[in-house]
Structure formats: C-alpha cells, structure tokens
Design a protein around this ligand. Structure first.
Ligand code: SAM
Length: 228
C-alpha cells in the first residue's frame, strides 16, 4: 500500500466508523473496557502536553498549530488557557464535532480556529506546532515528510506523539484492536524513536522534554523539540 492509499483510507475511516468510535473514546459517555483504557491513556498524553505548556507560564503569548486535532481534546483546553490555536484535521466529521464541543465549552471562542485540512497542506508560522497520535496512521517515510513539514511551520517548538516500535510485535497486535472489524483496513504503524529524533535533528530541532504514556491498550511516546 502506498502513502496516498494510507491517507485516503485514514480520511474515509475518520469520516465513518472511525469517527463514531473515536468520538466516543474521546468523550465522557459509556464505553467498553478497552475503549476506556484508551480514553484514559490518551487523556494522560493530553494532560502531559497541557502541563508542559502551562509550566512555561506563557500560554497566552503563544500561537499554536494543532495538526490532526481530532475532536479538539487538546485544542479546546489550550484555547481556554489563552493560547491562539489553529486546529485542523483531515476529517470533516472530527472537525464538526470539535466545533460542537468548542461551542459548548469555550468561553473565548475567538482563540480557536477550526478547519478541515490535511496537515501536509498547512502553511503559516506558529510558535508551537503539535501533532498528537496522528503519525500512527502512516509509515516511516511518510511520517518523515510530515514531521519535516510540521517543523517548517514552527518558529520555536514541535510536540509530537507516536507509538514507539520498541515495545515490539505483541504491542502491534494490541494496537490492532484500535481498529476493529472492517475498519481494520486502517493500519497502525509503529515508529522508532531514533528515526523520529533523526528527522527532527535534520530539521534543526533538538529534544527537550519527553514522556511515555503506557496503559494496557494505549502506547504513546511524546517528544517536545525546540529549534537549536
Ligand atoms: N490529535 C487528536 C488527539 O490526540 O485528540 C486526534 C488523534 S486521532 C487518533 C488521529 C486524527 O488524525 C484523526 O482525527 C484523523 O482524522 C487525523 N488525521 C489523520 N491523517 C491526517 C492528515 N494527513 N492530516 C490531518 N489530520 C489527519
């Protein structure tokens, strides 16, 4: 399968069965045990990013690009905290849901712009570019291109998460359960941390903070890299 196919499949998935599944996982309604585990794991990743940014004490001064924002799990609290957030996603349905959630919870909606756009076509200049749990949908060569493009949009900092390859094939099987039934056509790709760091370095960034979220069914390595 080539990268273009991956992208088409991912887009279709997150506009159909994937949307229903992930909207529930990234919500607070009733879900099954596996989904609850993934919800909690993902929330830990989001909370880690929020804690890093809040610790810097300058959220209100930041312009942030959230690439592949999903239903706004990170974008909405960042905007609520005062950052100017440009959030986009390849899936119309995810963006619609993010807009709905923002309209219900955000008291300062002017801080958040939501758009349907794939991250490869993003342009502009942001203090910080964030891309959480998106690279898992793409093979390494495509992920390299995506990371390089995200770096080109960032004045100071890139924050990325990915499923690390170090945990091996047994984990790959578990991640496979992210995509049940027919939607299993959507593959989960693991990435070697050394490959991700290499591409960040090549683009002039070095890793500052790192974290790992590991629950039973959710694995996400989080890296913050700043311009050298
Ligand atoms: N970043 C969000 C979060 O952590 O809450 C959502 C993560 S979800 C597992 C992956 C998201 O990436 C989906 O909403 C999907 O539509 C989006 N996506 C996948 N490929 C993309 C691409 N090439 N450009 C933009 N968004 C993409």
């Amino acid at each position: 399968m080539n990268a273009a196919d991956d992208k088409t499949i991912v887009k279709e998935y997150f506009n159909s069965t994937g949307f229903d599944r992930w909207r529930r996982i990234y919500g607070n309604g009733e879900v099954n045990k596996v989904q609850l585990d993934i919800r909690n794991g993902h929330q830990q990743t989001v909370d880690t990013v929020l804690s890093w940014l809040k610790a810097d004490n300058n959220l209100a001064e930041l312009s942030i690009c959230d690439a592949g924002c999903g239903v706004g799990s990170l974008s909405i609290p960042l905007a609520a905290g005062g950052a100017k957030v440009y959030a986009s996603d390849i899936s119309e349905k995810m963006v619609e849901e993010a807009k709905e959630r923002a309209s219900q919870t955000l008291e300062n909606p002017g801080n958040l712009t939501l758009a349907v756009q794939d991250l490869e076509t993003l342009s502009g200049d942001y203090h910080t570019v964030i891309c959480l749990d998106v690279l898992i949908h793409y093979p390494q060569d495509k992920a390299d291109e995506m990371i390089s493009h995200l770096c080109s949009l960032a004045q100071s900092r890139v924050i990325l998460s990915f499923a690390p390859k170090t945990f091996g094939l047994s984990i790959l099987k578990k991640i496979g359960s992210f995509f049940p039934g027919a939607s299993k056509a959507t593959r989960a790709y693991l990435h070697r941390e050394t490959d991700v760091v290499k591409i960040l370095e090549k683009n002039g960034f070095s890793v500052q903070r790192q974290a790992m979220t590991r629950t039973r069914f959710y694995f996400s390595r989080l890296l913050e890299a700043t311009r050298k």
